[in-house]
Design a protein around this ligand. Structure first.
Ligand SMILES: Cc1cc2nc3c(=O)[nH]c(=O)nc-3n(C[C@H](O)[C@H](O)[C@H](O)COP(=O)(O)O)c2cc1C
Length: 328
């Protein structure tokens, strides 16, 4: 399958594994890239820029296929040294970066100077247009279904992707709610040039999260997410568990961030992934959990999606057109 994304980014299949805090380590990114999709290392999962350099080198030992690095730029009281992480990416010779979290303008000149293509992830048509005007090479657009931060507009992919496609000239990756070939083909039909997936890749053999997390994703349905931080206008979609339920109920009682801070600490979420203690903290997961029924290797997943996508397009959908022609 050839799309503007596969052509312009030199990736075999139109599938991307989005950046995931604590999950996007070298093992997963390498496995995804080896499978012919685009694996992405999550920059800030590494405690220092020097560790990121080492992680990129580790990934390169595992694959000679292209992979990217996610740089999530969130406004913070004491932000990580973004410029140093950026420099680590540039000096490591990575050629694809996924930015997310806020406006990427401060980082674009350095990345472009180094010949790096930038995919900016956003959650609205207006932010996608702004990113295109700033000169990013592609946008990844997260619909309301997605794991992590869906923004505050609550527009699902079925509307968001075609609305963005009507306004943009650069390649678009549809993100949020995609876990199989049906979602990917639908996204392509809506005007996307590829599919970005988080939750689905978190539930693969090479994903570094505890087995209990993967089994919980398999057991969960599309109803098993919670939207936290709604009252703080910083909404995040996370797996339903005791902690996310407590956060939501405290928010309903008009809690301030300081009242829930201890519940949502990053270190607690990390414990979920590392120890498999599912109620240790909050952990991101999307509605597409309801479409996930197994824990394949990244290669099995990508191969299966590409084979089924071809079957849907040349079999089921083409069959509908042929049947229509016969009765005409
Ligand atoms: C565990 C987890 C952690 C994530 N962390 C980040 C992150 O640090 N930065 C980021 O840009 N997106 C992050 N995301 C969002 C994904 O990159 C992707 O946009 C999202 O998962 C797409 O929705 P889906 O899960 O329905 O496929 C995370 C997602 C998950 C599941």
């Amino acid at each position: 399958m050839r799309t503007r994304f596969t052509e312009e980014f030199g990736v075999h299949h139109p599938i991307v594994q989005g950046g995931m805090m604590w999950v996007g380590r070298a093992e997963l990114a390498a496995a995804v890239s080896e499978a012919g999709a685009l694996g992405i290392i999550t920059g800030l999962t590494q405690p220092t820029p020097e560790d990121l350099v080492k992680e990129i080198a580790r990934c390169r030992e595992m694959t000679d296929q292209p992979f990217g690095v996610n740089l999530t730029i969130l406004p913070a009281i004491s932000p990580p040294p973004y410029a140093e992480y950026r420099q680590a990416i540039v000096e490591s010779g990575v050629k694809i970066v996924e930015t997310a979290g806020s406006n990427p303008k401060d980082h674009l000149p350095v990345f472009h100077e180094a010949g790096i293509k930038v995919i900016h992830k956003c959650t609205s048509v207006r932010h996608a247009i702004k990113a295109e005007q700033l000169g990013v090479d592609a946008v990844s657009i997260d619909g309301f279904e997605c794991a992590g931060h869906p923004g505050e507009d609550d527009v699902p992919g079925l509307v968001l992707i075609p609305a963005a496609a009507a306004r943009l000239s650069i390649p678009i990756l549809a993100s949020g709610g995609i876990a199989d070939a049906r979602g990917m083909v639908a996204a392509l039909a809506l005007g996307a040039d590829g599919a970005n997936m988080g939750t689905r890749f978190m539930c693969t053999a090479e994903s570094p999260v505890a087995e209990q997390v993967k089994q919980q994703i398999v057991a969960n349905t599309e109803l098993d997410t919670k939207l936290i931080f709604r009252t703080l206008h910083n909404t995040a979609r996370v797996a339903a568990n005791a902690v996310s339920a407590e956060v939501v109920s405290k928010e309903a009682e008009s809690a301030e961030f300081s009242d829930i801070q201890h519940l949502v600490a990053g270190a607690r979420g990390r414990k979920v992934f590392e120890d498999g203690d599912l109620d240790a903290g909050i952990w991101s997961a999307g509605q597409c959990q309801g479409l996930i029924h197994d824990v394949p290797t990244a290669a099995e997943l990508v191969d299966r999606m590409m084979a089924e996508a071809e079957e849907i397009i040349t079999g089921r959908l083409a069959g509908m057109v042929e049947a229509g022609e016969k009765v005409r």
